[in-house]
Design a protein around this ligand. Structure first.
Ligand code: NAI
Length: 411
């Protein structure tokens, strides 16, 4: 039995799923390729992922390939209730709703794992954490899983290092067809969609401070530049700081950027990037947002502690009043702004990320028994397969090397 809030919302959810399907040709191709064979028959798959229309299509595809699928959300504010309703209506077990308390969030993940999955799809590492530290009994049939995002990969690497990775996991995030497009272009576009929609503010002419110049943050910085903002980048990695400088951005420490910015966006995966000493010197009416996986980049406790008043200005904007009367506006409660206050990445981008997920899940179903308890990279064969289907779907022309050229290049 699903645990959802508004089952009656399913018609809207179905419409939204039908819409994204039109823009996800790689998933459609995988459906055609494997739909009859049903290679996931007999496999139980648990998914913990931002529950919106694109992920719903992935869940439905896995079901179409034969899997028994259960889904839950990977963040308390990224779940769309109409999508949960649609998936439940279509016969999947869904345990999620928008705005879960920490206890509800935990209960939903637990329930989604209770049927002892053969394969997990994790986004940020909460499933792995639960299966390792709290309910190892639910991992008794587990062949392995896939991790979607950079923060989840950090957590898996730590487990590998300290010897607590108890099952094989595949690093989907680092495949070419994932981070080069999803992290950079998906986050780049959707963060600004969400900021513009929720604030209704102008971006051009503003000073935007982007924390980080990694895959997500460089996408955010470059999109801001395209929108006419003056962009400042802060970094801790010297190479990425240089890259940002040579891409035309001002690079400085957050301490120096704090009094200059009108809009601040973090996407580092690191905690305490913006803290009390920064809030104290910020301008009146600054906007703060986070696109990193967890709500730890902007220190909300310190913001709350130094404010004299706090109120909701608009949906997804919480305003904190400082002692001197300045107002600091926090978007999406410091959680992934692009998914909480917006529609998330474009469907065309998630098409590739979720095609990788599908092919990796098929790989685990086939080879999981022979895999070791370590973090695997996506094979070049799978990565290229997704790229080639996407190229065909986009109607792009791709040159090929002749035998002579291959010889010249030493391939
Ligand atoms: P990345 O490793 O490519 O980039 C992170 C960058 O932040 C690095 O260059 C690093 O040096 C820098 N950094 C780390 N600590 C810093 C600090 N204190 N101050 C300034 N810079 C700092 O990682 P990626 O792929 O860009 O992911 C970043 C975060 O975004 C992760 O939490 C990831 O899970 C999340 N993510 C969010 C998405 C979304 O839809 N909002 C999509 C994909 C990833």
């Amino acid at each position: 039995m699903s645990e959802i809030k508004y089952p009656e919302m399913y018609p809207l959810g179905l419409k939204k799923i039908e819409w994204v399907k039109r823009f996800m040709p790689v998933l459609a191709e995988l459906g055609r390729r494997y739909g009859e064979e049903k290679p996931l028959s007999g496999f139980r798959v648990s998914m913990c992922i931002h529950l919106e229309a694109k992920t719903a299509y992935l869940a439905l595809l896995l079901k179409e390939l034969g899997a028994d699928v259960r889904v839950t959300g990977s963040n308390p504010l990224s779940t769309k209730d109409e999508i949960c309703a649609a998936l439940a209506h279509l016969g999947l077990e869904v345990n999620a709703w928008f705005g879960t308390t920490p206890d509800e969030y935990h209960a939903h993940l637990k329930k989604t794992l209770e049927f002892c999955p053969h394969i997990i799809l994790d986004d940020g590492g909460d499933f792995v954490e639960m299966l390792t530290s709290e309910y190892p009994e639910y991992a008794k049939d587990l062949l392995g899983g896939c991790e979607e995002t950079t923060t989840g990969i950090h957590r898996l690497r730590m487990r590998e290092k300290n010897g607590t990775l108890r099952f094989p996991m595949i690093n989907v995030n680092d495949a070419n067809c994932k981070h080069l497009f999803d992290n950079r272009h998906g986050t780049g576009q959707s963060v600004w969609d969400a900021v513009m929609y929720s604030t209704n503010n102008m971006i051009t002419g503003k000073t935007v401070v982007v924390a980080g110049y990694g895959f997500c943050s460089s996408g955010i910085a470059n999109r801001a530049k395209g929108l006419g903002a003056n962009v400042i980048v802060t970094e801790v990695n010297p190479y990425r700081a240089l890259e940002a400088a040579m891409d035309g951005f001002r690079v400085m420490q957050m301490d120096d950027a704090a009094p200059l910015g009108d809009i601040f966006i973090c996407a580092t995966g690191c905690n305490d990037v913006i803290t009390k000493r920064h809030f104290e010197v910020m301008k009146d009416d600054v906007m703060l947002a986070n696109a990193g996986h967890f709500d730890v980049e902007i220190n909300k406790d310190e913001l709350r502690a130094i404010s004299t008043e706090q109120y909701e200005s608009k949906p997804f904007i919480e305003t904190y009043v400082m002692k001197d009367g300045r107002r600091i506006h926090l978007l999406a409660d410091g959680r992934l702004v692009n998914i909480v206050a917006g529609n998330g990445h474009p469907a065309e981008i998630m098409d590739m990320s979720f095609a990788l997920q599908t092919l990796c899940i098929l790989h685990i179903a086939k080879h999981g028994k022979d895999m070791e308890n370590k973090l695997y990279q996506v094979t070049d064969e799978i990565d290229r397969d997704v790229a080639m289907i996407k190229i065909a779907a986009m109607g792009l022309g791709l040159d090929t090397l002749s035998d002579e050229q291959k010889e010249y290049l030493g391939y």
